[in-house]
Design a binder for this molecule. Structure first.
Ligand code: ATP
Length: 231
């Protein structure tokens, strides 16, 4: 039997005396989407960046496709969309950025196909710094997809997007999930978590305050059982 896409067990991370992630556990199967939902400072980015292998935990266990997150051989199998993921490359054109990432992938998706998938064909020859925030987000998503990943980490993928781009991005995320990609996504938006996720982990001040399917959480929320709601 194949291992889950991601397993997180009793994760703890502090910055100085501030405990940003406090005993978090969850797991995600392949072909499923887990949303980490919470407001600013809830611990979403810290959690996802530990899973991505960019930060180390103080304690707890994280397994990504059955391996330690920093395992080098995982890189081609995992797509990562960072917050402000294209900020460092603003002079390059969108197409050039993707071509650069494609050059490192063993079996890259064609750049023009990716541009079309994220709705950036018309902006392909524009410098990244001339793209809107939402377009930069979509480029960042395309960069995460270039190597045909089995697992995707998406940190606030639709922040800054207009409603139309948001809907298109949601459709794309649903399609990827349907194709069997495991996805962990962070979001501030309750409707995004409800609309996309199989499983929602609600974080507040580094702790899990609710965990369940969107239907279960809606039920618990309306019964007043969740201390925090992103609505
Ligand atoms: P946001 O939605 O604003 O990105 P978040 O839920 O992703 O918030 P984190 O970025 O994980 O939350 O931050 C959790 C807490 O840890 C916050 O109080 C934040 O100020 C703090 N924090 C995050 N990174 C660092 C760091 N490098 N050094 C010190 N404190 C940090």
């Amino acid at each position: 039997m194949s291992s889950p896409a991601v397993e997180v067990f009793e994760l703890v991370k502090s910055y100085g005396s501030h405990r940003a992630v406090d005993d978090i556990s969850f797991s995600v199967e392949r072909g499923q989407l887990l949303a980490l939902l919470g407001t600013n400072g809830a611990g979403k980015t810290t959690t996802i960046e530990i899973c991505e292998g960019f930060r180390t935990a103080d304690s707890g266990v994280v397994r990504v496709l059955g391996q330690h997150p920093a395992t080098a051989s995982l890189r081609p199998r995992v797509g990562v969309m960072l917050q402000d993921g294209v900020g460092g490359y603003t002079g390059a054109k969108a197409r050039e950025m993707l071509a650069l990432f494609a050059a490192y992938a063993a079996d890259p998706l064609p750049v023009d196909e990716l541009l079309a998938v994220v709705g950036l064909s018309d902006a392909a020859d524009r410098p990244v710094k001339r793209l809107s925030g939402g377009q930069q987000q979509r480029l960042s998503l395309a960069m995460a997809l270039v190597g045909r990943p089995e697992l995707l980490f998406l940190d606030e993928p639709t922040t800054g997007m207009d409603p139309q781009a948001r809907r298109t991005t949601w459709e794309l995320i649903r399609r990827l999930r349907g194709d069997g990609v495991g996805i962990v996504l962070t979001t501030h938006y309750l409707d995004e978590a409800e609309g996309l996720a199989d499983d929602v982990v609600v974080l507040h001040a580094g702790q899990i305050v609710a965990h369940g399917s969107p239907a279960e959480l809606t039920h618990a929320d309306s019964a007043g059982k969740i201390r925090f709601s992103a609505r």
